[in-house]
Write a protein that binds this ligand. Sequence first.
Ligand SMILES: C[C@H](O)[C@H](O)[C@H]1CNC2=NC(N)=NC(=O)C2=N1
Length: 130
Amino acid sequence: MDDLSTKKCVPCNSKDLRPMTEDAAKHLIRELAEWNLINEDGKLKLNRSLKVKSFLKGMDLFKLIAEVAEAEGHHPDLHLVGWNNVTIEIWTHAVGGLTENDFILASKINKLDVHNLLGRKAAISSQHDC
Ligand SMILES: C[C@H](O)[C@H](O)[C@H]1CNC2=NC(N)=NC(=O)C2=N1
């Protein structure tokens, strides 16, 4: 399996884009440390929450994530910035479910060097050598 973070998201407006099955999503999620596969009213999504050092550091993290999303042309739902935590959800709105784009974006988020923004003991990805 190629490292998802080395792939590029594709435009979501191709008519033959379909949501992936739950089995396919369960297979791919194994490549994504710290992300959860959730089923919200039958809609599969990727979800994760992170501890951050402060509200402002949470906003800084969202800005870095936004830059990755803009570069990929694929966007997360940046759900929440709390005083010490953030929550991110990713799904492909065009198909109402998950596509490989979502996993690619999550993998690129995992690669961000944001140690200075994260709360104690938090890590953006357990795959990092910290
Ligand atoms: C053409 C382009 O791919 C679409 O407008 C993109 C933009 N970003 C997107 N992000 C997400 N998460 N889902 C989409 O369906 C989507 N569509």
